[in-house]
Ligand binder design. Structure first.
Ligand code: GLN
Length: 476
C-alpha cells in the first residue's frame, strides 16, 4: 500500500518508471487521499477532470492558468473563468509528463498570509486544523504536507511560498526573479511575482524547479539560469559562509520557540562545516514592509483594472457601462483586493506619486544594495522564515496590519529579487518552524546544497503527528 504522506516525488517517479504502478493508478491514489482528508483541510478548489500525463501528478495554485480548467485566483470576480490557454509553467509541467491533480486554494489574488482571504473559505493546517496553513499559497502547501499531492506549484510575491511552507513544515522555493516565466499567471505585483515549487524535501524541490525554470519568449523578464540545476547529495557544507542579520536580535515579533529552533539549526550548520557570522541588514528590516506595501498595492491596482465584467468572469448587469463595471467590481472583489486597489491608486496618483511610489522605488534600490553587500561576504543569509508558528484561524483576520507583519522576514529579499528556500527546522509548541536561506541571484544550487545537508542533519519528520500511521517512521 502506498502511503502518500511519506512518498516523495522522486520515489513516485521511480514507481511509475519501473511500472510498479501506472500513472493513472498513482493519480487515483492521490484522488483517494483527497477524498479522505480534503473535506477537513480544503486545500483544493477543484480537482482535475481527467488524467493527462504519463508521469506523476502535481497540484497547481489557482493563480496559474490551466487550459480548460477553471482558474479563479481565489476570487469571485473570476468565478467560472476557464482559460483557453496554458500558462508556461503549466505547459512545462505537461511537457514533463506531469498530470494536473487539481487547483489549490489561495488568498484572493494571492493577497494574504493565511488563505482566510480566499472567497471560497480558508484552508486548514494539517498539523492542527484549527490553525491556518499560511498564505497566500496555503492550499498548495497544506496539500503537500497532508499527502494530497506529491508536489505543487505556488506563487510568491512577498512570501506566499516560503511562509506557508514554514507553517506547514515542507520545503518551498521562491526562485530568483526572472528565472521562471510569469506568462499566464494571474498577476498581483508584476515586479515581485514568482512561481516556485513546494515539495516534501529539498531534492524534490530542486527537481521541480529544473522543470519550470528557464527563459520564455512569452515573458520578456525571463532569463536562462546560468548553471544547470543540480540535485544535492552531499551531507557536508564545509566552508559555506552563513550570514545571520544582526537586526534579528531586536525583532520582538520572533517567538522564543522559533528563535530556539533557528539557533539549533545554526549550531548544526557549524557542525556540518559551515562558518556562521553576523551580517547587517538594517534598512531591510526597518523599511522592507512599508516599501512592499507601497510597491505591491500600486502594481496590483494597475493589474486588477482588467477585471471589468467584460473580459473575464461574471458581470452584474446595469443600465450604463460605467455602472456595470462599478457593480461588477464591487460585488466581485473581496475586502483585501479593494483595500489594495485603493492604497495603490492613491500611491500612484498625481501629486502623491513622488512621495510614495517613487520614494518606495528608491528604498527598494537601497535594499538591493544592502543584500548585495551582505552576500559579498557570505554565501547565504539565514533567518527564520516566519516570526511565529501557525496561528489560529480568525486570530489576525480582522487586523490587516497584523496579517501584513507575518512577512517581515520574507519580504526584504523578495524586493531584492533574490531566491529563498524554506527548510523545516524543528517544532515549537508541536508546530513546524521554518528556516529561511537566502542566496544571491541565481544562487539556487547553493540553497539546495545547504538546505539538503541541513535537512539530513535535522531529520525533521515532515508528517504531522496527528496523521502518522502506527508503524510508519521517516525511513519506512
Ligand atoms: N502576504 C503578502 C501579501 O499579502 C505576500 C503575499 C504573496 O506573496 N503573494 O501581500
Amino acid at each position: 500500500m502506498i502511503d502518500t504522506l511519506r512518498l516523495t516525488a522522486e520515489d513516485a517517479i521511480g514507481l511509475v518508471g519501473r511500472r510498479d504502478l501506472s500513472a493513472a493508478e498513482l493519480h487515483a491514489v492521490y484522488l483517494a487521499a483527497i477524498d479522505e482528508r480534503d473535506g477537513e483541510l480544503h486545500c483544493f478548489l477543484r480537482t482535475a477532470p481527467e488524467v493527462g500525463g504519463d508521469s506523476i501528478p502535481i497540484a497547481l495554485k489557482d493563480v496559474i492558468s490551466t487550459k480548460g480548467v477553471e482558474t479563479t485566483a481565489g476570487s469571485r470576480i473570476l468565478d467560472g473563468y476557464v482559460p483557453v490557454f496554458d500558462s508556461t509553467v503549466a505547459a512545462r509541467c505537461k511537457a514533463a509528463g506531469l498530470s494536473l491533480l487539481g487547483k489549490t486554494n489561495t488568498d484572493e489574488f494571492a493577497m494574504g498570509s493565511s488563505t482566510e482571504n480566499s472567497a471560497f473559505g480558508p484552508s486548514r493546517n494539517p498539523w492542527d486544523p484549527s490553525r491556518v496553513p499560511g498564505g497566500s499559497g496555503g492550499g498548495s502547501s497544506a496539500a503537500v504536507t497532508a499527502g494530497l499531492a506529491p508536489w505543487a506549484l505556488g506563487s510568491d510575491t512577498g512570501g506566499s511560498i516560503k511562509q506557508p511552507s514554514a507553517l506547514c513544515g515542507n520545503v518551498g522555493l521562491r526562485p530568483t526573479y526572472g528565472t521562471v516565466s510569469r506568462y499566464g499567471i494571474v498577476a498581483f505585483a508584476s515586479s515581485l511575482d514568482q512561481i516556485g515549487p513546494v515539495a516534501k524535501n529539498v531534492r524534490d524541490c530542486a527537481l521541480l524547479y529544473s522543470i519550470i525554470a528557464g527563459r520564455d519568449p512569452r515573458d520578456a523578464t525571463t532569463v536562462e539560469h546560468p548553471d544547470p540545476v543540480t540535485l544535492p547529495e552531499a551531507d557536508r557544507i564545509d566552508g559555506l559562509r552563513i550570514g545571520v542579520p544582526k537586526q534579528l536580535a531586536d525583532l520582538a515579533a520572533i517567538e522564543p520557540g522559533v528563535r530556539a529552533a533557528f539557533g539549533r539549526s545554526l549550531e548544526l550548520a557549524e557542525e556540518l562545516g559551515a562558518e556562521v557570522g553576523e551580517c547587517e541588514l538594517p534598512l531591510s528590516f526597518e523599511y522592507g514592509m512599508p516599501c512592499y506595501y507601497l510597491v505591491a498595492p500600486a502594481e496590483a491596482s494597475s493589474n486588477l483594472a482588467r477585471y471589468d465584467g467584460v473580459r473575464y468572469g461574471p458581470r452584474v448587469e446595469a443600465a450604463t457601462f460605467r455602472e456595470m463595471v462599478e457593480r461588477t467590481r464591487d460585488e466581485g472583489f473581496g475586502p483585501e483586493p479593494k483595500r489594495r486597489i485603493m492604497l495603490g491608486t492613491y500611491a500612484l496618483s498625481a501629486g502623491y506619486y513622488d512621495a510614495y511610489y517613487g520614494q518606495a522605488q528608491k528604498v527598494r534600490t537601497l535594499l538591493v544594495r544592502e543584500h548585495r553587500d551582505a552576500l559579498s561576504r557570505f554565501d547565504v543569509i539565514a533567518t527564520p522564515t516566519s516570526p511565529t508558528v501557525a496561528f489560529p484561524i480568525g486570530d489576525k483576520a480582522a487586523d490587516p496590519l497584523a496579517m501584513y507583519a507575518c512577512d517581515v522576514l520574507t519580504i526584504p529579499s523578495c524586493l531584492a529579487g533574490l531566491p529563498g528556500l524554506n527548510v523545516p527546522c524543528g517544532l515549537s509548541e508541536g508546530l513546524p518552524v521554518g528556516l529561511q536561506l537566502i542566496g544571491p541571484q541565481f544562487g539556487e544550487n547553493t540553497l539546495f546544497r545547504a538546505g539538503y545537508a541541513l535537512e539530513q542533519a535535522l531529520a525533521f519528520d515532515a508528517v504531522p503527528a496527528r496523521l502518522r500511521r502506527p508503524g510508519t517512521t521517516e525511513t519506512s
